[in-house]
Design a protein around this ligand. Sequence first.
Ligand code: ADP
Ligand code: MG
Length: 363
Amino acid sequence: MVEKSLAVGLVYGGKSGEHEVSLQTAFAVMNAFDFSKYKIIPFYITKQGEWRKGEEMDAPFAEAGELKLENAFGGTKAAMDSLFSRLYGGPAGPDIMFPLLHGTFGEDGTIQGLFEMADMPYVGAGVLASAAGMDKGVMKKLFAQAGLPQVQYCYFSHAQWGNDRHGLIQEMEDKLGYPSFVKPANLGSSVGISKARNREELEQAVEFAFRYDLKVIVEEFVDAREIEVSVLGNEEPIASVPGEIMSSAEYYDYTAKYTDGQSEMLIPAPIDAEKAEQIRAAALHAFRSIEGCGITRADFFLRKSDGKILINEVNTMPGFTPYSMYPLLWRETGLSYAELLDRMISLGLERYERRSKLNYENI
Ligand SMILES: Nc1ncnc2c1ncn2[C@@H]1O[C@H](COP(=O)(O)OP(=O)(O)O)[C@@H](O)[C@H]1O
Ligand SMILES: [Mg+2]
């Protein structure tokens, strides 16, 4: 007897600035799936935030032609019924949800919360780790608590900026100097980020960042190589070999990341074995510090002046096309894209199983 294939609810698109990136990823994942084991239920979220559910797919997208293309973006509005079918006993829904959304409403814990409410297993980090990994301020506090070295920074809200702009500027100048890096606390893909070389630029950069979030991080500038490590697992995570980003721009901004195709990835990173081991250990440490599960990409600065390893950030939903750093690092470490998808799904199911045995009432 053929075992029933597992229905994976693939969620992509979404209301964030990374809508298109998410679509690219979804196409790649649809084509890489092992359809002897899985089938896909497409959940497309439009830019306006409307959920659409397509028909089940049991063959790679590439072979399916235009009809499937329509399916992947059209579908019915019964998406929510399907998502909540476990609770309402509706028609068979997905066995596990696989969010391929980046940024706000995707990797910030909100959709993970929706899956929890729907009693659905899902791939990747839980609510807490997703939210913590999305908020650079909270993330930095957790790193500090875990004893992970990082750059000096200031973190303040829009209200604080309104009340004491001069005090904050003074503090930043004393603590961070120039140039400094100004970032909205809650966005990814380098959106809203700028470098400030003097007070005037600092004020402009802060105002600019406040267009994107109500909290802002300002960091000392570090002249560094950028090293990234992929982490995979739940209770016993493993770390890939490190890779290096060689940005085409002055820093790794949105254009360098997604559009100009000039940025290079060096895999494995050309660093000595001891440094590589230290960075891998720090990546696992960072994963644990945010209570990660499933997957995480940990990004580091390797300071040029003294070779010190500084954690920059973790991404709980890193770029995931077959040409992205996260899967490429695994490939180099010996895990193919299809195998990686497999592992991610198993980890999601495992986490759900373990948690479903917990009690929520007095016993
Ligand atoms: N403190 C810093 N010093 C020097 N370069 C930085 C600093 N912070 C960020 N950058 C550059 O900006 C890029 C984007 O910043 P990052 O904090 O990783 O934001 P995002 O979450 O958008 O990826 C980094 O990859 C790096 O090239
Ligand atoms: Mg980054």
